[in-house]
Design a protein around this ligand. Structure first.
Ligand code: NAD
Length: 261
């Protein structure tokens, strides 16, 4: 028995690090899944892997900045698998720069992909979930939804907005059996972290050292939290923003006292 037996899940950013780890876990736990992304090659490859392991999975090209594409992709989950139980809003892209230097176009696109897209996902999924009597919405925020850093306004603004969109959806639809939660990862070993390290400003080791655990996080560790929130195991948890951050936000060191190692 898997914790998602008989359930159907739609995942955006499914070709990426956290998305693909989550899809693998969902399928192992019995879900039928739609992997959506704009990286068609990565998504098709993952779906072939999931199917060859006996999973029920399809790939759907979907640019989450388009309401029409999100709606068509979510509809595909229902037409292919008959229902929709889990919506995982997870795709992201962002521009950076100091606030006064940001251009409106990059700002709009970042907020569209990381914030408005979650609204699109909810608009597409919630009517099905209401009809079925419930569902679980999980959205990938970040520790940067809870705090910010220099040069990162589009990302941290979108991720913070996502947390209150999620809380509001939880309040709007809780009595319809729909739960909505955010996950807030620290530094996760995915192409996105490679890009951060590639900027050459902070080493992977320095980033790892900021976490209480003294290491970065694996996509599979994030997938465990998404699975918990997607499944009935978390049936009383809604409207939350839950860090999976290896203790990154647990403290702020002003003293220099070293942790035990
Ligand atoms: N890696 C980290 O350290 C970290 C930390 C905190 C939060 N996150 C969040 O985790 C989520 C997953 O990121 P990841 O680390 O797996 O990175 P990733 O780069 O591996 O995955 C992101 C995916 O989003 C897809 N994508 C980008 N723009 C899209 C669009 N317009 N429409 C559809 N898909 C699009 C990309 O093709 C990619 O597959 C993101 O929301 C990210 O902000 C990541």
């Amino acid at each position: 028995m898997g914790s998602l037996d008989g359930k159907v899940a739609w995942v955006s950013g499914g070709s990426g690090g956290i998305g693909s780890a989550t899809l693998r876990r969902f399928v192992t736990e019995g879900a039928a899944v739609v992997c959506s992304d704009i990286d068609d090659e990565g998504g098709e490859k993952l779906v072939a892997e999931l199917r060859s392991a006996g999973g029920r999975a399809i790939y759907s090209h979907c640019d989450v900045s388009s309401l029409d594409q999100v709606k068509a992709s979510v509809d595909l989950a229902v037409s292919e698998f008959g229902r929709l139980d889990v919506l995982f809003n997870n795709a992201a892209t962002s521009t950076g720069g100091y606030v006064a230097d940001l251009d409106a176009e990059g700002w709009d696109h970042s907020l569209r992909v990381m914030l408005t897209a979650a609204l699109y996902g909810m608009k597409a999924a919630i009517p099905y979930m209401i009809e079925q009597g419930g569902g679980s919405i999980v959205s990938t925020s970040s520790i940067y939804g809870l705090v910010s850093n220099a040069g990162n306004a589009p990302y941290s603004t979108a991720k913070a907005g996502l947390i209150n969109l999620t809380r509001t959806a939880a309040l709007d639809y809780g009595r319809k059996g729909i739960r909505a939660n955010c996950i807030c990862p620290g530094a996760v070993e995915t192409p996105m972290l490679d890009a951060v390290v590639g900027m050459g400003l902070k080493s992977r080791e320095a980033i790892a050292d900021m976490h209480a655990l003294g290491r970065t996080i694996l996509p599979e560790e994030v997938a465990s939290l998404v699975l918990f929130l997607a499944s009935d195991e978390s049936s009383a948890i809604t409207g939350q923003a839950i860090p999976v951050d290896g203790g990154l936000l647990a403290g702020c060191d002003l003293t220099g006292v070293p942790p035990l190692s």
